[in-house]
Design a protein around this ligand. Sequence first.
Ligand SMILES: NC(=O)c1ccc[n+]([C@@H]2O[C@H](COP(=O)([O-])OP(=O)(O)OC[C@H]3O[C@@H](n4cnc5c(N)ncnc54)[C@H](O)[C@@H]3O)[C@@H](O)[C@H]2O)c1
Length: 303
Amino acid sequence: MTEAVRFEDKVVIVTGAGGGLGRAHALLFAQHGAKVVVNDLGGSTHGEGANASAADKVVAEIRAAGGTAVANHDSVTDGGKIVQNALDAFGRIDVVVNNAGILRDKSFVKMEDADWDLVYKVHVEGAYKVTHAAWPHLREQNFGRVIFTASTSGIYGNFGQSNYGMAKLGLYGLTRTLAIEGRKNNILVNAIAPTGGTRMTEGLIPPQVFEQLKPELVSPLVVFLGSEACEETGGLFEVGGGWMGKVRWERSLGAGFDPRAGFSPDDVAANFARICDFEGAAHPKDNIEAMKEMMANLQKYAG
Ligand SMILES: NC(=O)c1ccc[n+]([C@@H]2O[C@H](COP(=O)([O-])OP(=O)(O)OC[C@H]3O[C@@H](n4cnc5c(N)ncnc54)[C@H](O)[C@@H]3O)[C@@H](O)[C@H]2O)c1
């Protein structure tokens, strides 16, 4: 049987692929014929230290299974070096999976600037640097797939993760704009919010569930989103434990007031239930569609 999702002659960078979810993604891309750059700085979950062996081990695993991979030990904050490594090793870059990540969980009252900055640096600046360095090559060849790793902690919030939630939902904002900018060059950009039993979630998820949330259960979606078979862009997917689903923004039909006559906080209070009522809600797909109700309100009260 021939498979639709194949990567012959395609080069994939997976950041933070020395363990956890990234390792599983790298192995599955390689199994499907991709040449893989296995990036990992090899530090701790808190973003301390560095160790080349994490990426090297995954490369050895891929090669032992007959696949093609090279290791890269740079930090994602040096994204240009990772992309250069892909070009030096394989001559091109087709898919970027931004997966590297750390945690510095603290309640907001105890949050220090260093925790805020480091989480921003690895997740947001790191993903920016790698993707920004790859972007001109993707444009040039009129093909590219980029996957960002968001989190339900960004989508829904999570106690003690103000820095992480900020970074993870920031990546979805980046996803939406790059999906728009990349479309005409066939660069499709999506985000996942995964759940997996990794060193990052060990001790946080009950052991029986942890065991079942295998990282490999996230990778088929990532590999599909990285493939030519994928036509989706700007999507956000929750995925884990063998289940996956798409997330979208929903907006209530809202309430309109007369912009010329003016309206008061009391008017807002009197209409607040209606403002928050999702009956018949809208799902604007872009900025223009999002503006429609506002423009209609202006028109309704225009002289
Ligand atoms: N496991 C989950 O349930 C879960 C949930 C939501 C989001 N995520 C996200 O998924 C991604 C993978 O996490 P994981 O659970 O596999 O954890 P993990 O700790 O096993 O993997 C993260 C990897 O990133 C690497 N890394 C960290 N900083 C780096 C840097 N500056 N440069 C290069 N590599 C670096 C680490 O060495 C590590 O191997 C992360 O972005 C994480 O925030 C995971």
